[in-house]
Design a protein around this ligand. Structure first.
Ligand SMILES: C[S@@+](CC[C@H](N)C(=O)[O-])C[C@H]1O[C@@H](n2cnc3c(N)ncnc32)[C@H](O)[C@@H]1O
Length: 229
């Protein structure tokens, strides 16, 4: 019954990248098949308000950009947006739907990437919950390497109150949630529903000062800066 469940962080990372590439055309489509109890989709107007609140000026890096709901909002404020994703189909959709000259795209696996530039703002939407717990510190080291010393880092994601909408199993320390594709196949993604207070404390321990607030109960918005040189 558990065949197909990934048993290590590396396998889980590969499986979720594959899932999102195959799901790219259905992503944020309310009619697409889902095995969640509720989809956890943020209203576009709320996304717009959050990014207006952030007002990300200068050179912005967006990690795991997906089809571009946030990319378009970031690009309204930024001089440039560098949008990164491991899925070619997501990037193609983003390029087509966002279609803005100040956005450039990079196809790469975030867990195997180092920046060659420093950004004013780093943003990621609905990505942090997909970082396996044992890769969390490495991920935040990567974020620190991407943002200028006094630059800002911001994220939007689901929070612990959205856990009721999903079925998560822990396999060798990795929280996994099964996802269905339109053709009936299933793949697992990493899904960690952070409590904002726990996340805040964890980030403080890693040398970040964050303000994290719940948004529409099941989402959260965080913005912060590094406290380390
Ligand atoms: C939940 S979606 C979020 C998309 C977008 N940020 C949003 O808010 O709608 C997760 C995204 O992460 C991308 N992704 C998955 N694994 C990745 C990896 N290892 N490196 C970079 N991107 C990855 C997927 O292709 C997908 O676009």
């Amino acid at each position: 019954m558990n065949a197909g469940w990934r048993e290590s962080a590396d396998d889980a990372i590969a499986a979720q990248a594959r899932y999102y590439d195959l799901y790219a055309l259905d992503y944020v489509n309310p009619l697409a098949p889902t095995n969640r109890r509720a989809p956890g989709i943020l209203e576009p107007t709320v996304a717009r308000d959050l990014i207006d609140d952030l007002a990300p000026e200068g050179d912005v890096l967006e990690l795991a950009c997906g089809p571009g709901g946030f990319t378009a909002e970031l690009a309204r404020h930024a001089t440039t947006v560098t949008a990164i994703d491991a899925s070619r189909r997501m990037l193609a959709r983003n390029r087509m739907e966002v279609d803005l000259p100040n956005v450039r795209y990079l196809h790469t696996d975030l867990f195997d990437w180092r920046p060659n530039a420093i950004y004013d703002v780093v943003f990621f939407g609905f990505w942090l919950s997909h970082v396996p717990p044992m890769r969390f510190d490495d991920f935040w080291r990567l974020v620190r390497a991407c943002v200028r010393q006094d630059g800002r880092v911001a994220f939007v994601d689901e929070n612990d109150r959205s856990m009721v909408n999903d079925d998560v199993r822990i396999v060798e320390g990795v929280p996994l949630a099964r996802r269905a594709l339109a053709d009936g196949r299933t793949l697992d993604v990493v899904k960690l529903f952070w409590n904002p207070d726990d996340l805040h404390a964890r980030l403080r321990g890693l040398g970040w000062s964050f303000s994290i607030r719940r948004v529409h109960d099941i989402f959260m918005y965080g913005v912060g800066t590094s406290t380390r040189a």
